[in-house]
Design a protein around this ligand. Structure first.
Ligand code: NAP
Length: 267
């Protein structure tokens, strides 16, 4: 049985992860972490997640618990995730990383840690979204340069980064299939006298409102027809279940950087 630690245990995803671990008989929650100094240190993690007591008390320092888990699942913030990855790489603990919003430099730092331990990183851990990545690759390859490609995403009002990591990953899949460099062709929002659309560009539109868990649509629009590939998440449990599945899969790996496509065998 895989022993799992969850950090950001009081967060929206942290609570969903604790519930998903509880529902999966092949894994076991052994450690729950929150920000050092948090008022929640010492609180029962199961009570925090609303599933009833599970006897795991929230702690604030990962170094106290490195021997007590096999895989850390981290959906927090880029700085917290980097610090945790450093501790995990040093001690050979594996890590599932769901945090988004890393700078290119932070991403490079994380990638370098995969020489010392196994990491699974994905901007979206839902099975449906990962299937969409595969469909997008197929659609872009077939429709090619004959279409305008636009990516729309909507999330709840608390989300702090934009466009979403998932929208960027979708853009990356489409750009790679078409041999384009996303950093050169991405257009993040439009305003004023923008001029006519350049077909090579990939447009992004972001909505932040209410409690939307996560909507993504990629539109391939030609003269006379368009194809839209849409995914709508209605519960954070879709991400949490995928991350827990990834943790079980990752336990068998020694080192390397993996993603959810590896976990699902979609490569
Ligand atoms: P959230 O509700 O703000 O939760 C983040 C939690 O992490 C908070 O409880 C926060 O505590 C805690 N935290 C911050 N620094 C910490 C530290 N140093 N040690 C321990 N805990 C720490 O946010 P969320 O909606 O759960 O999202 C978290 C991240 O996951 C975001 O980057 C989001 O984009 C990403 N996400 C990814 C996926 C995916 O499938 N990959 C899906 C959903 C969300 P404080 O409140 O004290 O700061």
């Amino acid at each position: 049985m895989t022993r799992i630690a969850v950090t950001g245990a009081a967060g929206r995803m942290g609570k969903a992860l604790i519930e998903a671990i509880d529902l999966n008989p092949s894994v076991h929650l052994t450690v729950a972490l929150e920000r050092p100094g948090s008022s929640l240190i010492g609180v029962d993690a199961g009570e925090l997640a609303g599933i009833g007591s599970n006897g795991v008390k929230v702690i604030g320092d990962i170094r106290q618990a490195l021997e007590q888990f096999d895989v850390l699942i981290d959906f927090t913030s880029p700085d917290a995730t980097l610090a945790n990855a450093d501790a995990c790489a040093f001690s050979g603990r594996k890590m599932v990383i769901g945090t988004t919003g890393f700078t290119p430099e932070q991403r490079t730092q994380l990638v370098s840690m995969a020489d010392r331990t196994a990491l699974c990183m994905a901007s979206n851990f839902s099975t449906g979204v990962n299937l969409c990545f595969k469909l997008l690759d197929m659609a872009a390859s077939v429709l090619g340069d004959e279409v305008d490609i636009e990516i729309y995403e909507a999330h709840h009002r608390h989300k702090v980064d934009a466009p979403s990591g998932t929208a960027l990953s979708m853009g990356q899949v489409v750009a790679s299939a078409l041999g384009r460099d996303l950093s050169e062709v991405a257009v993040y929002g439009r305003e004023g006298q923008t001029g006519a659309r350049d077909r090579q560009t990939i447009g992004f539109a972001t909505v932040r409102a209410g409690d939307i868990v996560g909507d993504h649509t990629v539109m391939f629009a030609a003269e006379g027809e368009r194809v839209e590939i849409t995914h709508k998440a209605s519960s954070r449990m879709s991400f949490a279940r995928g991350a827990v599945r990834a943790a079980g899969w990752l336990q068998k790996k020694e080192t390397g950087l993996f993603d959810m496509q590896d976990v699902l065998g979609l490569k």
